[in-house]
Design a protein around this ligand. Structure first.
Ligand code: MN3
Length: 211
């Protein structure tokens, strides 16, 4: 049976300071993300037993836990990789095909960020904001929000390119209730190189499917 494990961060816990404190990063990674992984593995183990026993009721009752914790694992794994400290390229502006697509879709990078922050800041309760590639018709960029830990693919036909976690655990220790401030600052540690790689992969995958 597959066991999922906590990926290590590609930078130190304090590396994103002062934008995101070491305290937040440590707890977010070691406690929150670890809990999603632990609970996902526990649910999958129960599901494997239930499947063997032909126990459909138990299998069905485990689906919400698999979706929530599995989504949490997928989302956080993407999130850590689309952040970076300044000396690893964090905050360095996008260029090339990705920038062109952003400008074509949103007018400018600044206009995109404003729209993203408005939509993501308005999420009621816990959730995520995503820049993604829509797989409907011609591949195009869109901003989507998801509640709780719903992974993007489970609700919409989109490929995630850049995700920002707006659960309170992602900012509250440092920013208190000021989600808007957190969203304003986080762009200083966005790893646009990762976003561009995801964009290029998603576009070429779409082109292959279209043939
Ligand atoms: Mn989180």
């Amino acid at each position: 049976m597959t066991q999922f494990s906590l990926p290590s961060l590609p930078y130190a816990y304090e590396a994103l300071e002062p934008v995101i404190s070491a305290d937040i990063m440590r707890i977010h990674h070691q406690k929150h993300h670890q809990a999603y992984v632990t609970n996902l593995n526990a649910a999958l183990e129960k599901a494997a037993h239930a499947e063997k026993a032909g126990d459909l009721e138990t299998l069905i009752s485990l689906q919400p836990a698999i979706r929530f914790n599995g989504g949490g694992h997928i989302n956080h794994a993407l999130f850590w990789e689309n952040l970076a400290p300044k000396d690893q390229g964090g905050g360095a502006l996008p260029s090339g095909a990705l920038l062109q697509a952003i400008e074509k879709t949103f007018g400018s990078l600044d206009a995109f960020i404003e729209k993203f922050n408005n939509k993501t800041g308005a999420i009621q309760g816990s959730g995520w904001g995503w820049l993604c590639l829509s797989k409907e018709g011609q591949p195009s960029l869109t901003i989507q929000t998801c509640a709780n830990q719903d992974p993007l693919f489970a609700t919409t036909a989109h490929v995630p390119l850049l995700g920002i976690d707006v659960w309170e655990h992602a900012y509250y220790l440092q920013y208190k209730n000021a989600r808007v401030e957190y969203l304003k600052n986080i762009w200083k540690v966005i790893n646009w190189r990762t976003v561009a790689q995801r964009y290029e992969q998603a576009v070429s995958a779409e082109k292959l499917t279209a043939k």
